[in-house]
Ligand binder design. Structure first.
Ligand code: HEM
Length: 121
């Protein structure tokens, strides 16, 4: 993966990016089952993780852009990120549909993974 930044920065970006995704997914799961009083704290962490994923993803995009043949997969990842960022709030608001938000968040995470590793378009 040739790029214009040191490989240590690239590795840090990738680790932070994937860690942010893990935290984001965790907050959706917590939101689907946690007590309503936990809402403020969990959504705060969801927001922080969401921002982390977007910023590191954006930076990765910037530095690795010349190495990408196609970039449509990145747009799909952005849509997945949008969904994952929203489902924590949805899970507190519509608790009776928790199963739906959980399933959708897993599907979006899977789609984002397929996009980054397969890059179909
Ligand atoms: C929705 C959740 C997301 C998941 C599950 C996800 C997952 C991942 C994973 C696992 C990698 C590491 C791939 C590797 O180096 O082998 C990665 C890299 C990357 N992600 Fe994300 N990501 C997400 C959201 C985003 C967003 C929103 C953006 C853009 C703003 C983005 C842009 C990138 C870029 C540019 C790379 C580097 C690709 C490369 O290594 O060539 N990601 N992502």
């Amino acid at each position: 993966m040739p790029s214009s930044i040191p490989s240590s920065e690239l590795t840090s970006l990738l680790i932070t990016h994937v860690f942010g995704v893990l935290v984001l997914l965790g907050t959706v799961f917590y939101a689907s089952a946690g007590a309503p009083e936990s809402r403020k704290k969990v959504l705060m962490w969801s927001g922080i993780a969401s921002l982390l994923v977007l910023l590191t993803g954006g930076r990765l995009w910037m530095v690795l852009k010349p190495t990408f043949v196609q970039q449509g997969w990145l747009v799909v990842k952005l849509v997945c990120w949008l969904g994952l960022s929203a489902f924590g709030g949805f899970a507190y608001r519509w608790r009776d549909r928790a199963c739906l938000w959980l399933s959708l968040s897993l599907v979006l995470a899977l789609v984002a993974l397929v996009m980054v590793f397969v890059r179909p378009f």
